[in-house]
Ligand binder design. Sequence first.
Ligand SMILES: NC(=O)c1ccc[n+]([C@@H]2O[C@H](COP(=O)([O-])OP(=O)(O)OC[C@H]3O[C@@H](n4cnc5c(N)ncnc54)[C@H](OP(=O)(O)O)[C@@H]3O)[C@@H](O)[C@H]2O)c1
Length: 245
Amino acid sequence: MSKTVIVTGASRGIGRAIAIALSEREDIANFVLLSRTAEGLEETSNMMNPNKNIEYYPLDLTDYHEVKQLIQDVGIRYNTIDMLINVAGYANPKSILETSIDDWEKTYKINVHSLFNITKESVKFMKKTGGKILNVASTAGSSARPGWLAYASSKAALINISQTLSEELSEYGILVYCISPGRCATELRKVLAPDEDPSTIMQPEHVGEVVNQLLSDNGICLDGQNIVVRKQVSNKKELQIKQTT
Ligand SMILES: NC(=O)c1ccc[n+]([C@@H]2O[C@H](COP(=O)([O-])OP(=O)(O)OC[C@H]3O[C@@H](n4cnc5c(N)ncnc54)[C@H](OP(=O)(O)O)[C@@H]3O)[C@@H](O)[C@H]2O)c1
């Protein structure tokens, strides 16, 4: 097979780790990496399996029209889109009284509206052949997070969007997955918990490997659910995963 996959938020962190992990799969031939930063996207592509066809496009996912045009170009060029991995996200943790309407809107534009936009455009192609969509929500989306109102509530929206689309798109053979990572050592996590030692928490490669398994043919009966991906504090034994960097 020669599947085509789109990964958003691929310039660093969890999106980069997912792109690297998926590039080792035989069934995927074409990768389309998206985020705003060309350097980060180029670095990611250099870390992936060199035998794959990798394209990257620096763009802001909230430029809805530009994204729509790009997805149309990709869908026509490859005849379909087999997988869409929605990873890009933004967090500016503040209490309700500290949150400006501008920042509230920015959080929802990146985390929710842009995901709606790229998913809708991708489904127009994916519905012809079936496919898989994976959304990265957060454990913050399913429990109270005082001080993180905009971010946590936007992630709650992703959990419901995933569950609703899982049923709505099943008639086209499209499976929709939702993962909710816990604390993971990335730049976004540094914004949420600046004093935390990143070496003590889950690494992006762990999430990349979970996503790789979910999107394999073994990932049956796991779509349509909010799958928590978390390193247990008491788990002293590190997961033995293939080093990708
Ligand atoms: N780290 C955690 O503890 C944790 C836990 C739960 C969920 N998550 C979720 O995991 C996802 C990935 O985050 P991360 O932790 O890997 O953080 P990260 O390293 O900061 O990555 C965020 C990614 O989103 C992209 N992005 C942000 N705004 C964008 C925009 N307007 N247009 C295009 N791309 C944009 C960034 O790329 P550019 O800056 O190049 O545009 C970057 O690639 C997020 O959805 C986050 O909410 C993270």
